[in-house]
Design a protein around this ligand. Structure first.
Ligand SMILES: NC(=O)C1=CN([C@@H]2O[C@H](COP(=O)(O)OP(=O)(O)OC[C@H]3O[C@@H](n4cnc5c(N)ncnc54)[C@H](OP(=O)(O)O)[C@@H]3O)[C@@H](O)[C@H]2O)C=CC1
Ligand SMILES: O=C(O)[C@@H]1CCC=N1
Length: 268
């Protein structure tokens, strides 16, 4: 099986690397296409996949085409792909918002998977939600899932609404975590810690908290109770967050991303 990744950016390159290093594909069975000459030049130094700047040379060879360009590049890209694509090929798109129906319609094909991964895919800790069109067979679905899982874990959903929703939770989610980390590091700097000590204090706190959570069945609320003593420091911080409606604001932010994903799907 040959896979073509279109778009050698943050995500496309991550998948090309992960798939080519996995045992699922034979060596040199991952091709990558990008339109930036500088990117192509630097990628040509990497030996485990073939790099292309011309779609005619790679798209017809592919059994599976992985689309990782920005949503606003999709219309141009589909127009270029349409005359080269054939109905046996499988499309996996990770573009936010772009629906299965829109892809079927623009490309004139039926086998489409829409997926929403996230950036921790770069370190094998990604989480991807995905949905496949009915025309994808069970065996093809298994292959797709195995390829997606080269970057972490995945969940299959039964409606595209959940792809847009997971964009608001896990797709964009790493940025919310970085926002929180940034705010805590800023506070540490203000309290007089060095940049390096601020970084260590915050990153180890995040890592430790996530590890505790993962190694137990306790809810985040139960863990909060374990940290907070009655009348103590943590309660003062949590009360301050509650007084400022931080929970509602985070929920609102997740919905803003969810709604934006839906909007992106409607933009021409
Ligand atoms: N970044 C993230 O955390 C996540 C992103 N996504 C989705 O993944 C997709 C890619 O995002 P990301 O990797 O961050 O984007 P990048 O901008 O890093 O990568 C996209 C790449 O595609 C290239 N490109 C654009 N048009 C074409 C074309 N017609 N043919 C070949 N290559 C092309 C771009 O080149 P140039 O720079 O010259 O335009 C760029 O190198 C988006 O649709 C996004 O919604 C999903 C989940 C998480
Ligand atoms: O910000 C975006 O639109 C993309 C989708 C999820 C993460 N990055």
């Amino acid at each position: 099986m040959k896979v073509l990744v279109i778009g050698a950016g943050n995500m496309g390159l991550t998948y090309a690397e992960a798939m080519s290093k996995s045992k699922l594909l034979k060596k040199k069975n991952v091709m990558i296409l990008d339109n930036s000459p500088e990117k192509i030049l630097s990628l040509q130094k990497i030996s485990h996949f073939d790099v292309f700047d011309n779609m005619e040379d790679c798209l017809p060879e592919a059994d599976l085409i992985f689309i990782a360009v920005k949503p606003y590049h999709s219309a141009d890209l589909f127009a270029k792909m349409k005359s080269l694509i054939n109905p046996g090929q499988i499309i996996i798109s990770i573009m936010a918002g772009i629906t299965i129906a829109a892809m079927k319609n623009a490309l004139g094909i039926q086998k489409v998977v829409r997926a929403m991964p996230n950036l921790p895919a770069q370190v094998g800790k990604g989480i991807t939600s995905y949905m496949a069109s009915d025309e994808i067979s069970r065996i093809e679905l298994l292959t797709v899932e195995n390829l997606l899982d080269t970057t972490g874990k995945s969940i299959r959903v039964q409606s595209e609404n959940y792809i847009d929703a997971s964009t608001g939770i896990s797709g964009s989610g790493p940025a919310y975590v970085f926002y929180f980390m940034h705010s805590m590091m800023e506070a540490a700097l203000k309290m007089g810690f060095s940049k390096n000590d601020s970084k260590v204090l915050v990153s180890q706190t995040f890592e430790g908290a996530v590890e505790l959570f993962n190694q137990s069945d306790l809810s985040p609320n139960s863990w909060m109770d374990k940290v907070a003593s009655k009348g103590g420091t943590t309660r003062a911080a949590l009360d301050s967050m509650d007084d400022n409606n931080v929970k509602d604001l985070i929920e609102e932010a997740a919905y803003a991303a969810f709604n934006r994903a839906v909007e992106l799907g409607k933009e021409k």
